[in-house]
Design a protein around this ligand. Structure first.
Ligand SMILES: Nc1ncnc2c1ncn2[C@@H]1O[C@H](COP(=O)(O)OP(=O)(O)O)[C@@H](O)[C@H]1O
Ligand SMILES: [Mg+2]
Length: 233
């Protein structure tokens, strides 16, 4: 079963009377238990595709199947429950809640899902430990570096143990050294937890860590496949 199956997806943005093509007839299969990078220049449709796959935004037409579930067949309520359990999100600017501690940010999805208090605290501390931040659990985002904030965001994305994590330019706000450590963390978590990671990025460090690369341009997919095959290794 594919982590993501997308068929003939179209999305046009209309701003005033200007239409911009976000995605043009995109079909792609993303294999499970891999680190897949969506690459391509700015404006090529990476965020649009990620937002469709993450059910953050709706397509004009086409089919999106996540872990075997056709998302169009779910009611709004069922879809938000499905999203919460199946998909973790990581963003370029971390999107942590500034008034909450690192601990509380990671706990948030578990609270929303009404996970019991003892299971919650075990899970949060386990994840903060996994991202190397157990000693900063009580720090607020403003007291953490960019790299540390992104580690908290990654722990939060994993809170509900989703089989799929979508990350949009997760290293773009970080210096290259910090970016490299975030890439290494995602690479390790992917292997250890067998999560499917799909990362939109044009950062060569991220592309270098990929199992599979999907290349986009002008709202279309121009190439996709395993890295070793593509490079003839
Ligand atoms: N909310 C929006 N309104 C209008 N146009 C948009 C919007 N979001 C994206 N676009 C346009 O859609 C195209 C694809 O954008 P995007 O998916 O953000 O690309 P990428 O993430 O690869 O930089 C671009 O031409 C962009 O300008
Ligand atoms: Mg983008």
């Amino acid at each position: 079963m594919n982590a993501i199956l997308i068929e003939q997806l179209n999305k046009t943005y209309k701003l005033d009377s200007v239409e911009t093509i976000g995605l043009a007839d995109v079909s792609v299969q993303i294999a499970p238990n891999r680190l897949t990078v969506l690459s391509g220049p700015s404006g090529s449709g990476k965020t649009t595709l990620l937002n469709m796959a993450g059910c953050i935004d709706r397509a004009d037409s086409g089919r999106i199947v996540i872990a075997g579930q056709d998302t169009a067949r779910l009611s709004d309520n069922a879809l938000s429950d499905f999203r919460a359990r199946q998909i973790g999100h990581v963003f370029q600017t971390f999107n942590l809640l500034p008034v909450l501690s690192a601990y509380e940010n990671v706990e948030y999805p578990l609270l929303m899902a009404r996970v019991r208090a003892d299971a919650r605290s075990r899970r949060v501390m386990h994840l903060l430990d996994a991202v190397g931040l157990a000693n900063k659990a009580q720090h607020h985002p403003g007291q953490l570096s960019g790299g540390e904030r992104q580690r908290v965001a990654i722990a939060r994305a994993l809170a509900m143990a989703p089989p799929l994590v979508l990350a949009d330019e997760p290293t773009a706000s970080l210096d290259s050294h910090t970016g490299a450590s975030i890439v290494e963390l995602m690479r390790r978590i992917q292997r250890e937890r067998r999560v499917s990671f799909v990362i939109a990025s044009h950062d060569p460090q991220v592309i270098g860590a990929a199992d599979e690369v999907v290349r986009m341009r002008d709202g279309r997919i121009v190439d996709s496949g395993p890295v070793s095959q593509r490079e003839g290794a």
